[in-house]
Design a protein. Structure first.
Ligand SMILES: Cc1cc2nc3c(=O)[nH]c(=O)nc-3n(C[C@H](O)[C@H](O)[C@H](O)COP(=O)(O)OP(=O)(O)OC[C@H]3O[C@@H](n4cnc5c(N)ncnc54)[C@H](O)[C@@H]3O)c2cc1C
Length: 479
């Protein structure tokens, strides 16, 4: 998975200068790397930028890390774009000089997906404007966090129809992978709620696309893992927001009754949001259906636990925003611990779910689980973007083990990566796919398996939009 890179060095002067960012003026492909004005050396001029190209240690070290703290590939520079044109200029520059480029959103990947050892990381946090909010949609820069968008849309009584469990992720980073949450049971993934995109393709073209304009590019980019274009701006769907969330936790004695209740709840769509939690204890697993009704008083949901056969029912009510943002503080605490996070996230066909999960739970001690394990069903028909790969089954279960290695240990992380690989193989053997946000060691051949009959289309889109394979090497899809 490690891309082959040219060995280039930062000039000694640039490396020593903490404030070197604005001073980079030229590139010496012969071996010196970036040149500052102070080097007064000849080189290929770096394009004039609205933002800055940083080559200092701190910027490059940050870009060589992510939420997983497992993979560390150092870029030669970090672009903090001041505009989409900056992204375009750097992608064109990279094409001309054999560099790789990866956009980094909030860096919440767990296995180096937003890193590059041989080029430039573009830090999208400087592209973070909410441009427009209307009753039906919002136009936002790719670096906007969902949290900040939701805060602004709720001021107008609006919300994205589906949200990830954690709102501190970037629009661009989530639209590149899919974006799943409890409301996916009604609205599909985040990528199924996009009206238009502005992107910079791998060849450096800045273009707008939508289902009507350049639809092949639009559909390739959504869930396209950054392989064809960098998203610079997105127009995302908004719907009227409810004010209140009534949250049900329904407890079940075993896996079979838990998933049976989830299937029933999915079939009648009684909840606005449907997920499920499996919590390890020393004496076994606790199974809980998590269902939420969004509503605005005086209208009231009925008894949504009725007929779901739970052994215990817990109901709480909270403002809609408090619910959407429920894990933000917890994630900030986890981020501060800097634990390695060898996550595994797989999608399973309905018919294989119970057997697969039972076996996985039986071999997972509490310490390997990383806390709560997520398991919930989604309807296949609502997830329409072609490069979001799901099992071929009308109902698909999302299974997520959010492992954390505590205390940090390289040996323990490597052991869990090997477990991930074995469990991934077992998932594929029963018709499963992986959700590419986790830490599973994969080869290009595994990716061909992942895309299956869509692989020729995936490869053709790469050839068309990023023929020099400049973009997003950290996914490891191409050799
Ligand atoms: C605590 C936590 C909770 C999470 N909860 C959920 C959840 O509920 N649902 C869910 O679906 N996922 C969830 N995820 C996974 C998350 O959606 C993905 O890891 C996502 O890619 C992270 O977004 P990011 O902004 O950090 O992207 P990054 O990690 O920075 O980037 C992810 C990938 O997208 C590429 N990329 C980033 N920006 C762009 C862009 N503008 N254009 C093109 N490519 C780009 C990167 O190069 C990289 O390959 C969670 C992750 C964490 C750490």
């Amino acid at each position: 998975m490690v891309p082959r890179v040219r060995k280039l060095q930062i000039t000694r002067r640039a490396a020593l200068t903490g404030a070197a960012a604005a001073a980079v003026v030229a590139w010496d492909p012969a071996g010196l790397g970036w040149l500052t004005a102070a080097d007064a050396a000849p080189g290929i001029r770096v394009p004039d930028l609205d933002g800055e190209l940083a080559v200092d240690e701190e910027s490059r070290t940050e870009a060589a890390d992510d939420y997983g703290h497992i993979v560390h590939r150092r870029p030669l520079a970090v672009l903090r774009p001041g505009s989409a044109r900056d992204v375009q200029k750097v992608v064109r520059f990279a094409n001309r000089h054999g560099l790789k480029v990866a956009m980094r959103g909030q860096g919440h990947s767990t296995y180096g997906q937003a890193q590059t050892a041989g080029g430039v990381v573009i830090d999208s946090r400087t592209l973070a404007a909410v441009h427009r909010i209307t009753p039906g949609h919002a136009v936002v820069d790719a670096g906007v966090q969902w949290l900040h968008l939701v805060q602004q849309t709720l001021d107008r009584g609006l919300t994205p129809p589906v949200a990830t469990d954690y709102l501190g992720l970037s629009v661009g980073g989530t639209l590149s992978v899919g974006g799943i949450g409890g409301a996916t049971s009604h609205h599909g993934m985040l990528v199924d709620n996009v009206l238009a995109l502005e992107v910079v393709t791998g060849t450096g073209d800045l273009v707008r696309c939508s289902p009507a304009v350049r639809p092949d590019l639009f559909h390739a980019v959504l869930g396209g893992l950054g392989q064809f274009a960098i998203i610079t701006r997105a127009t995302v769907r908004l719907v009227p927001a409810a004010t209140t969330a009534r949250v049900y936790h329904l407890t079940y004695p075993d896996l079979a009754s838990f998933t049976a209740a989830q299937r029933r709840a999915l079939a009648d769509r009684r909840f606005s949001y449907l997920e499920g939690l499996m919590t390890p204890t020393e004496s076994g697993w606790i199974y809980q259906l998590e269902g939420v009704a969004y509503y605005t008083p005086p209208s009231e949901p009925g008894d949504l636990a009725a007929g779901l056969g739970a052994s215990a029912v817990d109901v709480v009510e909270m403002p809609y925003f408090a619910w959407l943002n429920r894990i933000y503080d917890l994630v900030q605490q986890l981020l501060a611990l800097r634990l390695q996070g060898p996550w595994i996230n797989v999608f399973l066909p309905d018919e294989a779910t119970d057997a697969y999960v039972a076996e996985l739970l039986a071999e997972t001690p509490p310490a390997d689980a990383g806390g709560v394990v997520l398991l919930y069903p989604i309807p296949r028909e609502l997830i329409r973007e072609p490069f979001v790969r799901l099992p071929d089954s009308p109902v698909v279960f999302m299974l997520a083990l959010l492992r954390a290695v505590s205390p940090p240990s390289e040996a323990e992380t490597q052991r869990l990566l090997a477990v991930n690989r074995r469990q991934y193989d077992q998932a594929v053997a029963v018709g499963g796919t992986h959700y590419p946000v986790g830490a599973i060691p994969l080869t290009p051949a595994d990716w061909q398996t992942h895309y299956g009959d869509r692989w020729p289309a995936f490869r053709a889109a790469k050839h068309r939009y990023d023929p020099r394979h400049v973009l997003t090497p950290g996914q490891g899809i191409f050799a």
